[in-house]
Design a protein around this ligand. Structure first.
Ligand code: G6P
Length: 473
């Protein structure tokens, strides 16, 4: 029987070294939830890096066995590979360029490229150990751009889908990368290349046809007689899970506690991974502008800001952390009173129940990335608003803004307009909140994660059928 192999840089688990052994906790992330039904059924598996360095062979075997019980297959990376492939090439070259941060953030070291190629080959070898003709391989994200091409060279007929979770930049940005043609060639090893938005898909087609001698017609690029379909598949969330969470005892209790704590205040919520693409500093500036221009909101509004630690081995992330700490300290020091701190800042991860209580309670959710492939926080907020009130302020640079058009849409570089959007949100009448929230909830529920997985998998099959019928003509 044929199977599906999911491949991503990171496995959907967190592994902790614990008393000489290892403890494995399954992740609550959107992709993990969405693909849960896929990789846990039949002979299907998910292959990826376990997220920590396990150098000792006996320990690797131990981790491997523990993961096998969960249909997971580890690809172990050495400290040098983590540094060159993950931190160096993926997060100091691809991540900044794909999020439109040129030069200052990109570190085009040849050795990083070599590690990136070598680790993609390592993933290919791991896939080839389990792949058989007739299987479907679904590869995820920018850390594995070369993998589709590497697998195609080994197994010319196998079905390969590739999905990019971050933006694909315009050609003028993408062309800056010294290894641009190799990256496109790698992605074109897939039968189906998916993006969150139509713009990302067109940027990719544009880059592919300008850099390589392939023709395209509409959304199909022909690579040596093999049609590759390029399509947008906006990713959704498990909306029912977020709605159901709000009815659990624990979430209800936490929500009650929040309501009591902030009873005479409006709560503005933001939740992000620590990342310069998330616009955290710009958002703080806008909040400060609100406090300065509107003294009537002093002691009446709180910015509850959760920043989840991320990629702290990459220098720009460490620097950003210091800048955020300083900015929050400065705002609180200037504006706080004995009874009130304007910014409640947390630098850590929280359990999903706490996030759910916050989403359910917050009057406003502020999601203002400078660039974001999709942004699932915005959708999680909407899914948690079972009471149908609440206001979402959303950056036009997030893929989600193409779907959640009833949010207050802002340009995150325009600090003034973000401050005005907060005033508008703070004063939005309840009937208007409901009108907008209902419409957004319909979108989030209709185009949920199950729908996303289903249409992507069906599309791979359709592309394969199209290729076969073309060959038999
Ligand atoms: C983004 C990327 C993912 C990545 C995640 C967390 O959402 O698209 O591929 O896994 O960030 O980043 P990390 O570097 O910790 O895996």
């Amino acid at each position: 029987m044929s199977k599906t192999i999911i491949v991503s840089n990171r496995l959907p688990v967190k592994i902790y070294a614990d008393d000489g052994g290892f403890n494995i906790v399954t992740s609550e992330g959107g992709l993990a939830t969405g693909l849960g039904s896929v990789y846990r059924s039949g002979d299907n598996v998910w292959l990826g890096w376990p997220g920590i360095e396990v150098a000792d062979e006996a320990q690797q075997e131990q981790v491997k066995q523990k993961l096998a019980e969960k249909s997971l297959v580890p690809v172990f990376l050495s400290a040098d590979e983590i540094s060159g492939y993950y931190e160096g090439f993926s997060n100091e070259i691809l991540w900044p360029i794909f999020h439109y941060y040129a030069s200052t953030y990109s570190n085009y070291k040849q050795s990083n490229w070599e590690y990136y190629s070598a680790v993609n080959k390592k993933f290919m070898a791991a896939v080839m150990q389990i792949a058989e003709p007739g299987d479907t391989i679904w590869i995820h994200d920018y850390q594995l751009l070369l993998l589709p091409g590497l697998i195609r060279a080994e197994q010319p007929d196998i079905s390969i889908g590739f999905f990019l979770h971050i933006p694909f930049p315009s050609f003028e940005m993408f062309r800056l990368i010294p290894w641009r043609s190799e990256l496109i060639e790698g992605m074109l090893g897939a039968d189906l290349v998916g993006f969150h938005t139509f713009d990302d898909a067109s940027h990719f087609i544009n880059a592919a046809t300008r850099l390589l001698p392939y023709n395209s017609s509409s959304n199909i690029i022909t690579v040596d007689d093999r049609p590759v379909v390029v399509e947008s598949f906006p990713m959704g969330i498990d909306d029912e899970k977020y709605a159901a969470l709000t009815t659990t005892e624990r979430v209800k209790q936490e929500a009650e506690h929040l309501k009591e704590t902030f009873k005479d205040k409006k709560l503005i919520l933001c939740i992000d991974r620590l990342d310069y693409s998330k616009g955290i500093l710009q958002r703080l500036q806008a909040f400060e502008m609100l406090l300065e221009a509107h003294p009537e909101y002093r002691e009446k509004v709180v910015l509850h800001m959760i920043v989840v630690p991320s990629r702290d081995g990459v220098p720009q992330y460490k620097e950003l952390k210091q800048n955020i700490d300083r900015k929050v300290g400065d705002i609180n020091a200037r504006h706080r009173t004995i009874d009130w701190s304007p910014v409640n800042y947390f630098y850590r991860a929280f359990p999903i129940e706490t996030l759910s209580a916050l989403y359910h309670t917050a009057d406003i959710c502020l999601v203002t990335p400078m660039r974001d492939g999709m942004n699932l926080v915005s959708k999680e907020y909407v899914a948690s608003r079972t009471q149908e009130t609440g206001v979402l302020i959303l950056s036009e640079m997030a893929g989600a803004s193409k779907e959640l058009i009833d949010a207050i849409i802002v340009n995150p570089s325009n600090i003034n307009s973000m401050a005005k959007a907060m005033v508008k949100a703070l004063n939005m009448p309840v009937f208007e909140q409901r009108r907008r929230m209902k419409l957004m909830r319909q979108v989030v529920s209709k185009f949920n994660i199950k729908h996303w997985v289903r249409i992507f998998m069906e599309s791979i099959k359709e592309v394969k059928q199209m290729q076969q019928s073309m060959r038999s003509r």
